[in-house]
Write a protein that binds this ligand. Sequence first.
Ligand code: GUN
Length: 293
Amino acid sequence: MQLIDGKKTAEEIRHELAKEVENMKMQGEKVPHLAAVLLGNDGASETYVANKAKACEQVGFRSTVLKFDASITEGFLLDQVKSLNNNSDIDGFIVQLPLPAHISEQKVIEAIDPRKDVDGFHPVNIGRTLLGMPSFVSATPYGIIELIKRYNIETQGKHCVVIGRSNIVGRPVSVLMSLKNYPGDATVTVCHSRTRNMEEITRQADILIAAIGIPGFVKGNMVKDGVVVIDVGTTRVPSEQTKSGFKLKGDVDFDEVAPKASYITPVPGGVGPMTIVSLLKNTFLAARGEIYK
Ligand code: GUN
């Protein structure tokens, strides 16, 4: 069994990006600039945005956080989005979700210029992904694909079973794994809450991607020997062993599944660390104009 080390891979990508930024500076080019819009004082959202800004700093990108009260109107937020769309100094931006209930997330996402949508949430980017066109792919699926690539995991003709059909992980990763490409060219099955006899299906998986959000859901008897396991789950469960009072638990029962796996991502330290670097990579691609030429 080999551990897929997301922390180390993310560090490698950060180094690569930092080098690219150095080159850009030497050529007198502007460095990539990411903006994040944050509403209200939700602790988790504030932490995510602060981590994104810190990650930008680490690789030499510029970052700007626009923070507003949770009571602003939808119209005001849409105007901010418009102004970021038109600001040539900003290469890409995100609007941190969830938004307050009185603002339509879909409306806001659709207002973002797809060329600056480094979260990859805009329907145009999702549609382009579906068609196998260059697109911004959202952070988690992008991170999964990058791990598979960097560990040279064979995907062609393999049976890839995805558990979960969310718009931001399960569905896009199932599409990417089926595209005529590497990583891709897999036979993909998507399982979800209405799937019958799930273990019969998961036992056929050469590659199993678990993104269902139920800690410890995948048990040892649900996988075959030699399976490649990508665990996307990051549920906070109470713990007396940590200072924070919680620890992250994946969707896979690691102790039961790891002995049967050929490769497996741990939680924490697997897919999680890849997500923020994926956002950085998208921002770099936006600055370079690599997706929409
Ligand atoms: N909230 C939790 N994860 C994300 C993310 O990846 N992007 C945005 N915009 N909001 C989030």
